[in-house]
Design a protein around this ligand. Structure first.
Ligand SMILES: Cc1ncc(C[n+]2csc(CCOP(=O)(O)OP(=O)(O)O)c2C)c(N)n1
Length: 681
C-alpha cells in the first residue's frame, strides 16, 4: 500500500512551482514536463527507490536515469527535496555559469546524477547497460543468492522523444532478449514535443512494439476520466507489478498532460521549452494554492517532510550494509576483487601477462584478440564483444560463455546469465550506449568492436562517453582502405580525423603486435575516458627487438623507433600500418645520405599529454623536413608536419580492390614517401 498524505501532495506541488519559477528566473528552459512529471519523480524518489541521499554512490542503491534530459528540473527538484546536496540557491541558479544545475543533468557534476542525458534516446538505451551491469556483477560476485546485496533496480523516466529515437529501440530489443527484469521504465506519453501534438509524426502503438521486443507493458492513464487525475496509487501499483516481473523488462506508459495545471499553456508545445510568462506562473500558483507574489516558495514543513528521506535512506543503507558485510565475510576472495575494482586499480602483475611477439607478421586485430585472451584470467572485470563481427574484430574471450539467458544458447555459443562475451547483434549505436551504462552503473571494464567505418554508427554514444569520462574500450578494426575488396562503403577515410576531434577520446592506432599489447594496457589504465583501439585487417610485420626495442614507449603517444639520430635531417611520422612503410622509406633515404628518424605516433592524445621536453625530443622544432604517412585525411597532420612539411594521405573515398593494388593506386607507398620528402625544401 502506498503511504501518501497531504504533505506529499504539497511537496509535489512545490516541485512544480519551483520548476516554473526556476525557468522564469533564468528566462529559458523546460518547465512543462518537470511540472507534470513531478508526481512520478517524487513517487520514485520518496516511496519506491532504495537509496541514501547522504551517500548517493552507495553500491547497493537503485539507479535512476532521467532519459528525458531536457526536463532536468524533474531531477533537480527531487535532489533538492530529498536532500542530495542541492539547495534552493542551486535551483535559483538553473542553467547559469558554474551552477550545480546545468541545462541538462551532467554526470560527475551534480551528486545524484547517474548519467549525463539530453541527447534523446541515450538515457533509455544506456539503461539497458545499467541492467546488464547489475546482472553481470550479481553473477560475478553472488550468483544464486535470492536475497543478494548485488540486487537492485534501474528506474527510468523517458519521453516521447526517447522512444522515437532509434537507439532506444535497438537497446530495448536487447533488453527484452536479455530478459532484464530489473529494468523499469516509466514512459511519459504526454504526446507533446516541440512541434506540438506528436500525432503529426508519431502514431504507432508503443506498448505493442515493446511487447514485441519481449517487455512487460502496462498503461496508467491519468487522462481517462472526465478530469485529469494524477492517480498515484495506480502508478505505484504498476511499479510494484513491474518489479514483480523478474524475467522481462517493464514499460509503464503513463499518460499525462504536459505542464499541468498551467491554465492556458498545459498540453501545448509552448510549455515544453519556454518560460511560462509572469501571468501564467501567477495563475498556476493560484490554482495550486501558492502565493502568486512569492517565488521559490518552500514551506518549512514540506521540506522537513521530504527530507525525512535522509533518515530513511540511512536506515536502508545500514540494512543493506549488513547484507553486504555477510557476503563479504563469507566471500573473502571476491570481496578483495570488488575492492580492487572499486579502487580502479589493475592487478600488480598485469604487464607480465601481456603477450610478446617476436617475429613474423600478424594483423593488429589478431594481436588484439590474443591480448584480450591473455588478459582474461587476470581481469574478471573485462568483458565485451562485437556487433556481429566477433570473428573479424577478434573480440571473443574463448574460455568464456556468452552473456544471455541460457535458453538463447546457439550451436556456436553457450549462453549463461553471467557470461563475458557480449553479442550486440547489428546494433552499433545501442552497443555504444550500453557500454556507457555498464561502465557508469558498476565497476567492470566493457569493450566492444565493429569496423572503424561504423564508429559513425556509435558516435553519439562515444561522444557522451568522452563527455562523461566513461572508460569504455572500442575495438575498431579494418582501419583503412587496406581492408580491400569491400570497397568505399567500408573503408574509413575521415574517421581518424573525426574521432581525434572528440575531446577526451584517446585514439590509439598501433603499428604492430607489440604496440597492440601496449595499446591495450594504455586503454585499461585510462579510467577517465574512453579509448579507441584502431586495428588492421591485414597482416603487419612484427617489429623485433632490434628494430623497436621499446614498444612500451607507445604510452607516450609518439616516439622515435630504434636509436634515432641526435640531429636528424628529416622526420617520417606515421601511425599503424604506415609505420612499416616509413621504415622502408627511411632505409632508401638513408642509403642516399639523409639522416632520418621514423616516429611511430600511435596516439595524438597520449603525445599531447607529455611535457614539452619530451615532445621536443621526438619532434625537434629545428627539423622542419617532415612527412606524415597515414591512410586517411591529412587534415590532422598539418599541426605536426608544419608549413614546411608534407603528408602522404588519402583525400577521396576508396575503391574495391586488393589492398596491395589500393595502396599502390592511392600512393600509400615508400616511393610516394620518398618523393614527398625529396620535394621538401
Ligand atoms: C537526439 C536529440 N534530438 C533533438 C533534441 C532537441 N529536443 C529537445 S526536447 C525535444 C522534444 C522532446 O519532446 P518529448 O520527448 O516529447 O519531451 P517532452 O515534450 O515530453 O518534454 C527535442 C526535439 C534532443 N534533445 N535530442
Amino acid at each position: 500500500m502506498l503511504e501518501w498524505n497531504e504533505l506529499d501532495d504539497r511537496a509535489v506541488d512545490t516541485a512544480r512551482v519551483l520548476a516554473a519559477d526556476a525557468v522564469e528566473s533564468v528566462g529559458n528552459g523546460h518547465p512543462g514536463t518537470a511540472m507534470s512529471l513531478a508526481p512520478a519523480a517524487y513517487l520514485l524518489f520518496q516511496k519506491v527507490m532504495n537509496h541514501n541521499p547522504s551517500n548517493p554512490r552507495c553500491l547497493g542503491r537503485d539507479r535512476f536515469i532521467l532519459s528525458v534530459g531536457h526536463s532536468s528540473l524533474t531531477l533537480y527538484t527531487q535532489l533538492f527535496l530529498g536532500g542530495f546536496g542541492l539547495e534552493l540557491d542551486d535551483l535559483k541558479n538553473l542553467r547559469r555559469w558554474g551552477s550545480k544545475t546545468p541545462g541538462h543533468p551532467e554526470f560527475g557534476h551534480t551528486d545524484g546524477v547517474e548519467i549525463t542525458t539530453g541527447p534523446l534516446g541515450q538515457g533509455l538505451a544506456s539503461a539497458t547497460g545499467f541492467a546488464y551491469s547489475q546482472r553481470f556483477e550479481k553473477e560475478l560476485f553472488d550468483s544464486g543468492n535470492d536475497d543478494s546485496a548485488f540486487d537492485h533496480f534501474t528506474y527510468v523516466l523517458a519521453s516521447d522523444g526517447d522512444v522515437q529515437e532509434g537507439v532506444s529501440g535497438e537497446a530495448a530489443s536487447l533488453a527484452g532478449h536479455q530478459k532484464l527484469g530489473n529494468l523499469v521504465v516509466i514512459y511519459d506519453a504526454n504526446q507533446i514535443s516541440i512541434e506540438d501534438d506528436t500525432d503529426i509524426a508519431f502514431t504507432e502503438d508503443v506498448n505493442a512494439r515493446y511487447e514485441a521486443y519481449g517487455w512487460h507493458t502496462q498503461t496508467v492513464d491519468w487522462k481517462s476520466g472526465p478530469d485529469y487525475h494524477e492517480d498515484l496509487n495506480a502508478l505505484y501499483e504498476a511499479i510494484e507489478k513491474a518489479k514483480s516481473v523478474s524475467d522481462k523488462p517493464s514499460l509503464i506508459t503513463l499518460k499525462t498532460i504536459i505542464g499541468w495545471p498551467a491554465p492556458n499553456k498545459q498540453n501545448t508545445g509552448g510549455i515544453h521549452g519556454a518560460k511560462l510568462g509572469e501571468e501564467e506562473v501567477r495563475a498556476t500558483k493560484e490554482i495550486l494554492g501558492f502565493d502568486p507574489d512569492k517565488s521559490f516558495e518552500v514551506a518549512p514543513e514540506v521540506l522537513d517532510h521530504s527530507r525525512k528521506l535522509l533518515e530513511r535512506g540511512k536506515r536502508w543503507e545500514e540494512s543493506w550494509k549488513q547484507k553486504f558485510q555477510e557476503w563479504s565475510n563469507s566471500n573473502p576472495d571476491k570481496s578483495k576483487l570488488l575492492d580492487r575494482l572499486m579502487s580502479g586499480e589493475l592487478p600488480e602483475n598485469i604487464e607480465s601477462v601481456l603477450p610478446q611477439f617476436d617475429e613474423g607478421s600478424i594483423a593488429t586485430r589478431a594481436a588484439s584478440g590474443k591480448v584480450i585472451n591473455s588478459l582474461a584470467d587476470s581481469l574478471p572485470e573485462l568483458w565485451g564483444g562485437s556487433a556481429d563481427l566477433a570473428g573479424s574484430n577478434n573480440t571473443t574471450i574463448a574460455s568464456a560463455t556468452s552473456f544471455a539467458p541460457s535458453e538463447h544458447s546457439t550451436d556456436m555459443f553457450k549462453a549463461t546469465p553471467g557470461g563475458r562475451v557480449l553479442h550486440f547483434g547489428i546494433r552499433e549505436h545501442a552497443m555504444g550506449s550500453i557500454l556507457n551504462g555498464i561502465a557508469l552503473s558498476g565497476h567492470t571494464r566493457p569493450f566492444a568492436g565493429t569496423f572503424l567505418v561504423f564508429s559513425d554508427y556509435m558516435r553519439p554514444a562515444v561522444r557522451l562517453a568522452a563527455l562523461m569520462g566513461v572508460p569504455a574500450i572500442y575495438v575498431w578494426t579494418h582501419d583503412s582502405i587496406a581492408l580491400g575488396e569491400d570497397g568505399p562503403t567500408h573503408q574509413p577515410i575521415e574517421h581518424l580525423t573525426a574521432l581525434r576531434a572528440i575531446p577526451n577520446l584517446t585514439v590509439i592506432r598501433p603499428a604492430d603486435a607489440n604496440e597492440t599489447s601496449q595499446a591495450w594496457l594504455a586503454a585499461l589504465k585510462n579510467t577517465s575516458g574512453p579509448t579507441a583501439l584502431v586495428l588492421t585487417r591485414q597482416n603487419l610485420p612484427v617489429m623485433d627487438k632490434s628494430t623497436n626495442p621499446r614498444p612500451e614507449l607507445l604510452h607516450k603517444g609518439a616516439y622515435v623507433i630504434g636509436e634515432g639520430h641526435q640531429t636528424p635531417d628529416g622526420l617520417l611520422i606515421a601511425t599503424g600500418s604506415e609505420v612499416a612503410i616509413a621504415l622502408e622509406a627511411k632505409n632508401a633515404l638513408e642509403a642516399k645520405g639523409e639522416k632520418i628518424n621514423v616516429i611511430s605516433m600511435p596516439s595524438f592524445e597520449l603525445f599531447e599529454a607529455q611535457d614539452e621536453q619530451y615532445k621536443e625530443s621526438v619532434l625537434p622544432a629545428a627539423v622542419t623536413k617532415r612527412v606524415s604517412i597515414e591512410a586517411g585525411l591529412s587534415m590532422p597532420w598539418q599541426k605536426y608536419v608544419g608549413t614546411a612539411g608534407a603528408s602522404v594521405s588519402i583525400e577521396t573515398f576508396g575503391a574495391s580492390a586488393s589492398y596491395e593494388v589500393l595502396y599502390e593506386k592511392y600512393g600509400i607507398t615508400a616511393e610516394a614517401v620518398i618523393e614527398k620528402y625529396e620535394g621538401l625544401k
